[in-house]
Design a protein around this ligand. Structure first.
Ligand code: ADP
Length: 494
């Protein structure tokens, strides 16, 4: 059986009306039947008492003159009253003086009782005194049919009939009412279901509207529902539009990404080719250069006495040029090897890398009288020889670009920042102007002439390439005339 809450509304309404009208009719009918039974009993008793009074009053003379026959005649007049079944008169000493029975003789009369009445099954028994002045001269006995059961049954029948008529009217009214209440709800439900299942058309499903039947609460609900549909329609349209422009954007982005990927690929390829070119050319340049340098030295050694002053000076230029070229080629080779001959990154002690770099720089550190301060250094994920190169380049720059008038101080510091270590190499050298702080990391970019400070302009480019290969970043903070701090980030060992 369906649960009540799952029944359709019109059935619920029908059940409500039938139940409420049935219950009220039942209650009203029961009250009427009970009330009638009480009133009827009261009236019957009053009626019987009056009859007893009349018979008693008429029989006083018969009692006085001991004339039972006359008394019987009076009692027989009660024949006119249908409900009275038997009647009798008793003398004060309780003797049956006269009697009457509707169904003839043979009836047994009870012994006299005190004044009063009682109900016996569906009959009334009444004993009523006959008075003459203050004196009681006898008692009237009446036995009458009350007919309460019959009456209750009759009235119950009427009540049942009225209830059936009432229920029939209720069903008719509720059928009419339910169509007024449930029809608009059914309409709203249908529109909502159409929308959910897109029965109309996925694009236009929000265009339908529920029909408004009146201005009651359901009418207000219909309005609210229709307004909601309007909102949804607008939002849907906006969503469709946004979707359209989004998919256009996605297509455009995909196209741009493709382009970018191709460019990155091209760039990587040309980078690799360039590195290869730099490596091969610098490698191949070494041999003729070595030859130039060796023969220039040979010339100087063997023909020193035969050359005049100019000749010796020119020879010196050749030797110097060959030395510089050698340095340039060495630096270029280092630069081009960072990507190609790199080792896998693994846990490396930066303490050891720093010590090796400092050992490589012992002579220049001693010559420059550098005071060096260093923190304990951590383990990092790195290529050991590249890390050594990094420290070496930065510290040797600090030595090269020192101020002549103050003793050089270099400090090496490391601190943890999240998953990385931040290294800082700080000096009290000549410093770098703000506008050059990006430029110095570009290959061959120098801020000074060779006569002022020696160098090839590759050192910091090598540093940048090493740090970036480790997934880090390098930058500089500096104040001209006070010093510089080179910082770089390297991945910590997790
Ligand atoms: P090089 O030292 O061979 O010229 P680098 O790439 O190492 O090439 O340095 C580029 C430029 O950055 C240098 O010419 C110099 O002007 C500047 N520079 C580098 N390190 C320092 C430093 N510690 N203090 C001041 N200037 C520096």
């Amino acid at each position: 059986m369906k649960r009540i809450k799952d029944l359709p509304i019109y059935k619920k309404l029908l059940a409500l009306i039938v139940l409420s009208s049935g219950v009220s009719l039942l209650v009203a009918g029961t009250v009427i039947v009970v009330y009638d039974a009480i009133i009827h009993t009261d009236q019957t008793l009053t009626d019987l008492k009056t009859q007893a009074e009349i018979v008693g009053a008429s029989s006083t003379a018969a009692l006085e003159f001991n004339d039972p026959r006359t008394a019987h005649q009076y009692l027989s007049t009660l024949n006119a009253k249908q409900s009275i079944i038997a009647a009798a008169i008793y003398t004060p000493d309780g003797r049956l003086f006269a009697s009457y029975a509707r169904d003839g003789a043979g009836r047994v009369f009870p012994t006299k009782e005190n004044e009063g009445s009682r109900i016996e099954e569906d009959n009334v028994v009444l004993f009523h005194p006959i008075r003459q002045g203050e004196k009681t001269v006898g008692t009237v006995y009446l036995f009458a049919y009350l007919g309460r059961t019959e009456r209750v049954l009759r009235y119950t029948g009427i009540v049942v009939l009225v209830m059936l008529c009432g229920l029939a009217i209720g069903v008719l009214v509720s059928t009419k009412l339910q169509s007024m209440i449930s029809a608009p709800i059914r309409d709203i439900t249908k529109v909502a279901q159409n929308m959910i299942h897109h029965e109309i058309d996925p694009v236009h499903s929000y265009r339908q509207r529920a029909t408004k039947f009146g201005n009651d609460e359901i009418g207000v609900l219909t309005d609210a529902f229709n307004q909601m549909l309007t909102h949804m329609e607008k939002r849907d349209a906006a969503l469709v539009e946004a979707n359209r422009s989004l998919s256009a954007e996605v297509t455009e982005r995909k196209r741009a990404q493709k382009l970018l990927d191709r460019k990155i690929h091209d760039l990587a390829q040309s980078n690799a080719e360039l590195e290869q070119f730099a490596y091969v050319s610098s490698h191949d340049l070494q041999e003729p250069l070595r030859m130039v340098a060796s023969y220039a030295q040979l010339l100087e050694r063997r023909y020193h006495a035969r050359l005049d002053e100019d000749g010796l000076e020119f020879l010196k230029y050749i030797v110097d040029g060959a030395k510089r070229m050698r340095q340039l080629i060495d630096d270029l080779l280092t630069f081009s090897r960072i990507g190609t001959q790199a080792q896998q990154l693994h846990a490396v002690s930066s303490e050891e890398a720093l010590s090796t770099a400092l050992a490589n720089l012992t002579v220049s550190i001693q010559e420059s009288g550098t005071r060096l301060m260093r923190d304990p250094m951590p383990e990092v994920l790195a290529d050991r020889s590249q890390l050594t190169q990094l420290f070496q380049n930065l510290i040797s720059n600090a030595i090269v670009y020192r101020r002549q008038d103050v003793p050089l101080q270099i400090s090496v510091h490391a601190e943890r920042t999240g998953s990385q270590w931040k290294f800082s190499i700080t000096d009290n050298g000549i410093g770098i102007a703000p506008e050059h702080r990006e430029r110095i990391f570009v290959i061959f970019q120098r801020l000074h002439g060779r006569e002022e400070y020696p160098g090839t302009g590759i050192g910091l480019a090598i540093c940048k390439k090493i740090v970036e290969r480790h997934g880090g970043r390098i930058w500089v903070d500096s104040t001209v005339g006070e010093g510089s701090s080179f910082h770089f980030l390297l991945p910590a060992v997790s």
